[in-house]
Every structure is written in structure tokens, then in C-alpha cells.
Write a protein that binds this ligand. Structure first.
Ligand SMILES: Nc1nc2c(c(=O)[nH]1)N[C@H]1C(S)=C(S)[C@@H](COP(=O)(O)O)O[C@H]1N2
Ligand SMILES: [Mo]
Length: 221
């Protein structure tokens, strides 16, 4: 370990470098300079508010499926065990809700959307993704936004299974957009050639929802 080409501090240096690389990859936009970390018009909260239309739907574990279909080469329908057998990653990111709260440093675990894309292989014409929840909520993303390096299908938060209130057993997390894009109780991921605005997007929310551009409502730039 301690030969002359390997000074004593190098192990720590390597670790720090590794953390920095992971941090850059894992935290995505949270690696912004501190003064840019909180998007305009947002305030920090330490708790985690619950926001949805109807509350958690009843999903019997043995009947749970995740369907990924539409414009993909290899559509899948996974039960829970099959989902858990997919590659798992751990990302840390910030939440920004359009109702103006933000919450820093959320640790998520699950299947990265990039890994999912490797598995299902979107067809060339696939430019958009629609997320469907077990509560029939929908929200839409471009394929590029869905494929963000810190986006994932998450089943754990803070080392615990995600509670039903917060979208368990499985929710999407797309940290670089307002949180309404992060569909809870995921049931289906539909790849599409043509965009299809979701529940809030047809009710006046912005089609993309970038917090740093304050894309809250459809008449925002
Ligand atoms: N399936 C589903 N996903 C959903 C919603 C919903 O009503 N149903 N609400 C969205 C909105 S508007 C927000 S702000 C976040 C809230 O997530 P949280 O309750 O975990 O904070 O979930 C989003 N995902
Ligand atoms: Mo929301």
C-alpha cells in the first residue's frame, strides 16, 4: 500500500475524487454553485409534504406490475421480483415543487431511467414518454428529460421503502423538473412518437416545468 509512488494521502485523495465524481453524477443539478441551488421563487423545507389528487391507491403486491410499452424494441411487464432484479442505483437529489417548497439531499434507490432505456430500447421515433399512475394520474416528458442522468424509478428514500403516501411501491423521480413530473404509484411507462400532455399539463401547468426558468404555468416562457 505505502510504496513511494503511493503517498499516504493518496488513498484519501482517491476517495475524495471518487466522491466528487459520484457527487457530480449522483446529485446532478445539486452540484450547482450554492447560490443557484435554490431555484427562483422557492423556499426550503425540511419536512416532505404529501401532494396528490386522491391519496394512495390500493395496490395488492401480488397484482402489482410495471408495464413499459409503446415505441420500444423490447416492451416489458415486470412483477415486483422482476423489477427488483433490474440494476439498482442510489442517487441523491433535490426536490422542487411548483407549490414553492424545495427539499435538499434526498437519497433515492431504484432503477435509473438510463438503465431502463438500455433494457427496453426506445425506437428511433420515440421522442416522448408518458407516465401513468395506479391512480390514473398522467404526466409527460421528452425522452431527453426522462433520460436525465439522475432520474430513476425509485422504491427507496432515505434507506427506507417509499411510503404509500409518497408514491410507494414505485415512483418516478426527475430531479431537474418540478415535482409534478415525478409520477407516484407508477403503473405504466409509455414511449410515444407524439407528445401527450398529462393531467396537470392540460390544466394550465407548463409542458416542461424547469424550476430554474420558473416554468410553472403554460403562459410562462
Ligand atoms: N400518481 C400521481 N403522481 C403524482 C401526483 C398525483 O396526484 N398522482 N401528484 C404530483 C404532484 S402535483 C406533486 S407536487 C408530487 C408530490 O409528491 P409527494 O406527495 O411525494 O411530495 O407528486 C406528483 N406525482
Ligand atoms: Mo404539485
Amino acid at each position: 500500500m505505502t510504496d513511494k509512488t503511493d503517498p499516504p494521502e493518496s488513498k484519501l485523495t482517491r476517495s475524495k475524487q471518487k466522491w466528487a465524481e459520484e457527487g457530480r453524477f449522483l446529485t446532478g443539478r445539486t452540484a450547482r454553485p450554492e447560490e443557484e441551488r435554490l431555484p427562483p421563487g422557492q423556499h426550503l423545507t425540511r419536512d416532505w409534504p404529501v401532494l396528490d389528487l386522491t391519496g394512495a391507491p390500493d395496490i395488492a403486491p401480488e397484482r402489482w406490475r410495471l408495464v413499459v410499452d409503446g415505441a420500444v424494441e423490447n416492451p416489458v411487464s415486470w412483477d415486483w421480483a422482476q423489477f427488483l432484479a433490474q440494476p439498482q442505483r442510489r442517487f441523491m437529489s433535490d426536490i422542487h415543487c411548483v407549490t414553492t417548497w424545495s427539499r435538499y439531499d434526498n437519497v433515492w434507490e431504484g432503477l435509473a431511467t438510463r438503465d431502463l432505456l438500455e433494457i427496453v430500447g426506445p425506437k428511433d421515433e420515440a421522442g416522448f414518454v408518458v407516465l401513468h399512475g395506479y391512480d390514473n394520474y398522467t404526466t409527460n416528458l421528452t425522452l431527453a428529460d426522462f433520460a436525465a442522468p439522475d432520474a430513476l424509478l425509485a422504491h427507496r428514500w432515505s434507506e427506507q421503502p417509499i411510503s404509500a403516501d409518497h408514491g410507494g411501491p414505485l415512483r418516478l423521480v426527475v430531479p431537474h423538473l418540478y415535482f409534478w413530473k415525478s409520477a407516484k404509484w407508477l403503473r405504466r411507462i409509455e414511449f410515444r412518437r407524439v407528445d401527450a400532455p398529462g393531467y396537470w399539463e392540460v390544466r394550465g401547468y407548463h409542458n416542461r416545468g424547469d424550476p430554474w426558468q420558473e416554468q410553472r404555468y403554460s403562459d410562462d416562457p
